[in-house]
Design a protein around this ligand. Structure first.
Ligand code: FAD
Length: 458
């Protein structure tokens, strides 16, 4: 059996690559070990977490000041919530399978293992199949990092995948790791009634986002969650009635009893698996596959995309790389060189950023200025009771070209589209300020921040 292209892994990187290559006329096979295609994102990542966050938002509405409207205490039906999560996943993965079929992308279910630079085996149960290929794309993704002292066989220890199952709602949950995934799940469990403590080793939660944006998130949630930064979890002892967690910070060591621990300390790439190093594909010391700007590995007919490569571990980065790799294989002259890859924490409020952050500008010695519009001055935000937010532009001091942006507030992630385009198109403050933004809207805050920076309003 021989294909023009074999894609190993069916996540947002893999399926985007397979579909684009098929559209460009290649004979394509995609290998996936799970029964359902879609990878982490569709099955146990982006999509189910957003389905649960949607429900969390509805619950949260009930105890917010609704300006003359009061709601009864929400009744929570966990089974119905799980059903919403699963039907969302089923709809999307079902559609994906139909799209693969429509394009004649052949899907092989089983464990893929490279045998040479032109062949791969697929093993399912006792059957082993050999597939030959002209080109291959490695899209094997990443997996949750595990810590040596965590008693993982205890059912009260959760990772992102088991947390999404909502088996039970603990009274008090420690979230180990204050990154986006941990904080999104903390938001869900808090809305469902759990007391939340977040322990983060770094100086701030949501590392990567600028401090001033994160502060708005912390302030808004200070009565709902406890944030412990510069805090290391060094041990977890499980007994029949509690999980006893040892925490270490600058004041010394202390213990905390909780009913559940969600471990969300990051993800590591799957580059050392599936025979990838054995066929000579170069990896870095952390197991990421190294690639050039065309997503090509050290082996000329083998490409790599998504979480297994350098850069942010995000679905939209994976799928963009997938398109590039498929197009390069089809003979197009294209490169993956984005100026801006947006990041969104779908928390309440949302925290979103794109391009250069102030932290990065400082680290890289780039002279920047910022222009910020507070939502407490936005007509739409005041009318909607969502004034806890701000929109910030980060621009080059000399040219006033926008290099980065950050937004915190309700629907902040939706405002990032305009800002991402502005950065990719090399827009200056003046370009944005001269663009008419609808009034009253939240995106008006982008135009007003630019006007403040450009000095056309004060
Ligand atoms: P994956 O989606 O990991 O897919 C890899 C696939 O390869 C898997 O299906 C795996 O089974 C298969 N595979 C691996 N090895 C083999 C083998 N040897 N044989 C056969 N099959 C194999 N990103 C966002 O952009 N937005 C979000 O909101 C977001 N939310 C997230 C929430 C959670 C809880 C988690 C865990 C992640 C989230 N992410 C989010 C990250 C996102 O899921 C990943 O960046 C994305 O899935 C990476 O895509 P990928 O194609 O590289 O790999």
């Amino acid at each position: 059996m021989k294909f023009d292209l074999v894609v190993l892994g069916s996540g947002p990187g893999g399926y985007a690559a397979a579909f684009r290559a098929a559209d460009l006329g290649l004979k394509v096979a995609m290998i996936e070990r799970h029964k359902r295609i879609g990878g982490v994102c569709l099955n146990v990542g982006c999509i189910p977490s957003k389905a649960l966050l949607h429900v969390a938002g509805k619950i949260r509405m009930a105890d917010e000041d609704a300006h003359g409207v009061t709601y009864a205490k929400p009744k929570i039906d966990l089974e119905a919530i799980r059903h919403h999560r699963q039907s969302t996943v089923d709809t999307l993965t079902g559609n994906l399978a139909l799209m693969a079929k429509g394009r004649k992308v052949e899907i092989f279910h089983g464990e893929g293992q490279f045998e040479s630079t032109h062949s791969i085996s697929v093993t399912q149960d006792n059957d082993r199949l050999k597939i030959e290929f002209e080109n291959a794309i490695i899209a094997v993704g990443s997996r949750a990092i595990r810590l040596p002292f965590v008693p993982y066989d205890d059912p009260r220890i959760l990772d992102a995948t088991s947390a999404l199952q909502l088996e039970r709602i603990p009274k008090h949950m420690l979230v180990l790791g204050g990154g986006i995934i941990g904080l999104e799940m903390a938001t869900v469990y808090q809305a469902l009634g759990a007391k939340i403590t977040v322990a983060e080793l770094g100086e701030q939660i949501m590392t990567g986002a600028d401090k001033d944006l994160v502060r708005v998130f912390e302030q808004t949630n200070k009565d709902r969650m406890t944030f412990l930064t510069k805090t290391q979890v060094t041990d977890i002892q499980a007994s029949s009635d509690t999980l006893n967690v040892t925490l270490k910070d600058q004041n010394g060591q202390r213990n905390l009893n909780v009913d559940a621990v969600l471990v969300a300390v990051g993800r590591s790439p799957n580059g050392r698996k599936a025979g990838i190093p054995d066929i000579g594909v170069e990896l870095d010391d952390r197991g990421f596959v190294t690639t050039d700007t065309q997503c090509r590995t050290s082996i000329p007919n083998i490409f790599a995309i998504g979480d297994v490569t350098h850069g942010p571990m995000l679905a939209h980065k994976a799928s963009h790389q997938g398109h590039i790799a498929a197009e390069v294989i089809s003979g197009h002259k294209v490169d993956f060189q984005p100026l801006a890859i947006p990041s969104i924490a779908y928390t309440f409020p949302e925290v979103a950023w794109v391009g250069l952050t102030e932290i990065d500008a400082k680290k890289q010695g780039i002279p920047v200025k910022t222009a910020t519009f507070p939502w407490s001055a936005s007509g739409r935000a005041i009318a909607s009771g969502i004034t806890q937010g701000k929109t910030k532009l980060i621009y080059d001091e000399a040219s006033e070209r926008v290099l980065g942006a950050g937004v915190v507030g309700a629907h902040a992630g939706e405002l990032l589209g305009e800002l991402t385009l502005a950065i990719e198109f090399g827009a200056t403050l003046e370009d944005i300020a001269l663009t008419i933004h609808a009034h009253p809207s939240l995106h008006e805050s982008v135009g007003l921040a630019a006007e403040l920076g450009a000095g056309t309003i004060t």
